[in-house]
Design a protein around this ligand. Structure first.
Ligand code: NAD
Length: 550
């Protein structure tokens, strides 16, 4: 069965047609041509026998087209092919795998403009956001693992203690087929990071992109399919939660899930039934601490960018700010001034685009209503952008907030910045840690010792000092959450080893006829053992030697 899906994206001055060929259960090919070249001028065609999912341009509310809503049977068939692909891929050396992944990166670079078109059309984010946060970070991650991955995965000789006639190795083996389930806020990079890393570690991949941004997932699948050479190495299954759960239950070697805490808990519960390991990258309620000695101009600019870039739909967004009472008023004034200057739109001169997902706007509105009802004051913004179709929400700053409010407790995931006055840095730290989340966080101070002390005190997987969000852009730095923000790490050697399993290999070097502890056991083995133990572990030469006395 084969269905074609044609999507028309009116982007800048170019009209692109995306043609997706859905073959059987998986998307196997995408060709992108201008309508002038292809002469294509047909309405969208979707296989009428399959239920499908519509994808929407959030900037306008217009339909972009449909993708298949795949079933558990579809996922099972895709898994069979992924297992075959894994066998071939795992047979390659690291250098051969790297060559192939570099070829995928070449294709990514050739298709950069079109990938940005698809990302911006499905998310509403700006082109610059798509370029820097999504494509460039993917290229940097490929570069990092291309350079360092072989060393991180190399077998390591380990100390054998007493057994000096043995050799012991720790070796990193692939897990097989990795299931990657990704969200809609950074649909390219949050799929590409685990996909690339899993491949470097020798696995094949099945990607289930968010049903809100499936075309970005399809475009990723096509990068790997179109580069040729390794069919089914990265396959894409489109669908929603049912498809995702089918992937979790399918028998893959590991699930890498990025998404909300609520869904993450479901994924972990389903994975527990087959003891499938999980890597969970979940939500955050990231605190920012502004000390009395902070550079207020930089801190205010950082707060505004950290809260509003990507319309606040970043797991590492600044979601709550605690400011020392001595600098509270000037800080808030600077934040308001900068927020008022933000340009919202779709053009090159704009600062933020639209939001992506309609239900997320409802959450933003609910959190603001709850905060206002409990005494918060909105200083700027507070509503949908008037007279505009699509998902546009004003950058919003509020004060008089406290921890009884949802806006200080639950992830808002929108362009909203609540600022709270605190007595001092210790008070700020206590409030920052009063959260079930622990993803990113930031500290702003002119004193580096205070910065490092607060960084160590923050209950979070990642901390920025006098900076915000950027830690994810350094692929050598492990990234992940504590508390309910997740389990495991991406990036760094730790991230690569997340997609491996450790195998311990012990090899005998001498080939003796028998070991001292094999049968028949020597009569004095126990007594000898106590002597050896004392000799090795007693402290001080005299005490050690006394172990030799009969
Ligand atoms: P979501 O949890 O609603 O969905 C994420 C993915 O899970 C989607 O692909 C969805 O189809 C799938 N899914 C839904 N139900 C499932 C089930 N029962 N089993 C398996 N898969 C299922 O999250 P979202 O709204 O797409 O993304 C926003 C959330 O992601 C926010 O909470 C954000 O903080 C978080 N996030 C975390 C990180 C991180 O690195 N820690 C990065 C980006 C986003």
């Amino acid at each position: 069965m084969c269905a074609f899906l044609l999507l028309r994206l009116d982007l800048a001055d170019v009209e692109h047609w995306l043609q997706f060929s859905l073959s059987g259960s998986t998307i196997t090919r995408m060709t992108i041509t201008s309508s002038a070249q292809s002469g294509v001028d047909r309405p969208n065609q979707v296989d009428p026998l399959r239920p499908d999912i519509e994808t929407i341009d959030p900037r306008t509310g217009d339909s972009l087209g449909f993708v298949a809503d795949m079933t558990a049977d579809d996922v099972a068939r895709v898994l069979e092919r992924a297992q075959v692909a894994y066998q071939a891929w795992n047979g390659l050396s690291f250098a051969e795998r790297r060559t192939h992944i570099y070829a995928v990166r070449d294709l990514l670079l050739d298709r950069a403009e079109l990938l940005v078109d698809v990302i911006t059309a499905e998310t509403g984010k700006l082109r610059a956001e798509a370029v820097f946060a999504e494509l460039m970070t993917a290229c940097e991650t490929i570069q990092y693992y291309g350079k360092t991955g072989e060393r991180s995965l190399a077998p390591q000789k380990v100390d054998v203690g007493l057994m000096s006639h043995k050799r012991a190795l720790r070796s990193y083996e692939p897990l097989g087929v990795i299931g990657v389930i990704s969200p809609w806020n950074y649909p390219f990079i949050l799929a590409m990071t685990p996909v690339i890393t899993a491949l470097f570690a020798g696995n094949s991949v099945i990607l289930k992109p968010s049903e809100v941004t499936p075309l970005v997932g399809v475009a990723i699948g096509d990068l790997f399919a179109d580069v040729g050479g390794h069919p089914d190495l990265v396959q894409v299954v489109t669908g929603g939660g049912v498809t995702g759960e089918a992937l979790v239950r399918s028998g893959v070697g590991k699930i890498c899930f990025t998404g909300s805490v609520r869904t993450g808990k479901r994924v972990m519960a389903a994975a527990a039934e087959t003891l499938t390991p999980v890597l969970l990258e979940l939500g955050g309620k990231d605190p920012m601490i502004v000390c009395a000695d902070a550079d207020l101009d930089r801190a205010a600019a950082g707060a505004v960018w950290g809260a509003f870039q990507n319309s606040g739909q970043t797991c590492m967004s600044v979601e709550r700010v605690y400011v020392d009472k001595k600098v509270f008023d000037p800080f808030v004034e600077k934040v308001i001034e900068r927020t008022a200057a933000i340009r919202q739109g779709v053009g090159a001169g704009d600062d933020i685009g639209s939001m992506t997902f309609a239900p997320q706007l409802d959450i933003v509105e609910r959190h603001l209503a709850d905060a206002e009802a409990k005494g918060a004051t909105i200083l700027i913004g507070g509503g949908r952008v008037p007279d505009r179709r699509g998902l546009w929400f004003e950058p919003t700053v509020l004060v008089d907030v406290d921890h009884s409010m949802q806006i200080m407790q639950d992830e808002t995931f929108g362009p909203v910045l609540p600022i709270m006055k605190v007595d001092d840095a210790d008070h700020a730290l206590r409030l920052a840690n009063d959260s079930r989340y622990g993803l990113n966080s930031s500290v702003w101070t002119g004193d580096s010792a205070i910065g490092q002390a607060l960084a160590r005190g923050l209950e979070a997987g990642n901390v920025c000092v006098n900076d915000v969000i950027v830690s994810y852009a350094a692929p050598a730095l492990p990234f992940g959450g504590v508390k309910e923000s997740g389990i495991g790490r991406v990036h760094g050697p730790e991230g690569l080893r997340e997609f491996s399993q450790v195998k311990s290999i012990m090899t005998d070097r001498l080939g003796l006829r028998r070991e001292a502890w094999w049968f028949p056991l020597p009569k004095r083995l126990g007594t000898m053992g106590i002597r050896v133990m004392r000799l090795r572990h007693r402290r001080g030469l005299g005490r050690k030697l006394s172990a030799l006395k009969p």
